[in-house]
Ligand binder design. Structure first.
Ligand code: 5GP
Ligand code: ZN
Length: 294
């Protein structure tokens, strides 16, 4: 089994698998990568930094729970009155969550999800659609000792909203541009067609028998020793899933088509440590420059 490589000393594991602290070096590389990605994605585009929480209603509308129930993190809070609180505190602490109820919040599983309702609230999209950068902490309930599989990680994305053609063209462009970005960072990579479609196995899109091909590509990098390469970027075409379910309209008033290009910041940083070593000062000068480390 793979999983270990020298660079994992840049992470400090605690008592929960997949939740790790980041050293100063790791964090400075991550922020440098985020700025480099922002430049490559295009600083001229609108940028929105979302908090790690989003609306449960939105996630239900897009069918996340139907497709990925095991991954969802849900915010529950104590909703009882003072008497109920006293009773719980007096009881064994194992029962302290008995008064909890689900709130209207869930943990964001993908950085682009909160964007769609925000854009829908603006009304129909302009003629050339939207191109927006987003960044967020994301949560997926996948506890694992494998260092590139984190429960909490950050994703930076460029999101395209518009016609089917605009979204498709965007996806095709980024399948080309993504590897060029990684080559500039001296990270060897490959593009693969992802076999787990964005929509999930229970998706109505798949049930209808529509071709679900070419909806998702991934850029993979060898990070773990003796293990398959790890997805560091993904290039997704969602068709009109978000347009339909979240009432996000194109200029003609039809459900908009969307696409996104996402980079997993932590995973890519692990890729740097794997390929360039633990000592940041020894990294190739052009990589240090791109990351703003010099
Ligand atoms: P996707 O939405 O395509 O599953 O994920 C987008 C990107 O987020 C992936 O290409 C990857 O870089 C990052 N990512 C997805 N899952 C994980 C994870 O469990 N841990 C970490 N660190 N990054 C992840
Ligand atoms: Zn996305």
């Amino acid at each position: 089994m793979g999983g270990s490589f020298a660079g994992r000393s840049c992470l400090t594991s605690g008592d929960v698998p997949g939740i790790a602290g980041q050293t100063r070096g790791f964090f400075s590389v991550l922020e440098g990568l985020s700025r480099a990605a922002e430049t490559v994605f295009g600083v001229e585009h609108e940028f929105i930094r979302f908090p790690p929480l989003m609306s449960r209603r939105t996630l239900n509308k897009i069918g996340y729970f139907r497709n990925f129930p095991q991954l969802l993190g849900s915010v529950h809070c104590f909703c009882g009155d003072e008497t109920a609180h006293h009773a719980l505190v007096a009881a064994d602490s194992a029962h302290w969550t008995d008064g909890d109820e689900p709130t209207d919040l869930v943990l964001t599983p993908a950085a682009c999800y909160p964007l769609y309702p925000a854009l829908a609230a603006r009304g129909a999209a302009p003629a050339d659609g939207y191109t927006v950068q987003v960044r967020s902490h994301c949560f997926r309930r996948e506890p694992s000792a494998e260092p590139t599989r984190m429960q909490s990680f950050q994703m930076q994305e460029l999101v395209r909203v518009g016609s089917a053609e605009q979204a498709r063209t965007f996806q095709a462009e980024w399948v080309e541009k993504g590897p060029r970005f990684f080559e500039a960072l001296a990270l060897p990579c490959a593009i693969v067609e992802a076999n787990d479609p964005f929509f999930g196995r229970a998706s109505p899109v798949l049930r209808k028998g529509q071709r679900a091909q070419n909806l998702k590509y991934e850029l993979v990098v060898e990070i773990n020793d003796n293990a398959p390469p790890t997805a560091c970027m993904s290039f997704n075409y969602h068709m009109d899933l978000f347009g339909r379910t979240l009432d996000l309209r194109d200029v003609a008033g039809e459900p908009a088509h969307t696409a996104c290009t996402g980079i997993g910041l932590e995973r890519t940083v692990l890729g740097f440590f794997r390929w360039h070593g633990e000592d940041l000062k020894q990294w190739p000068a052009r990589v240090r420059n791109l990351l703003g480390l010099s």
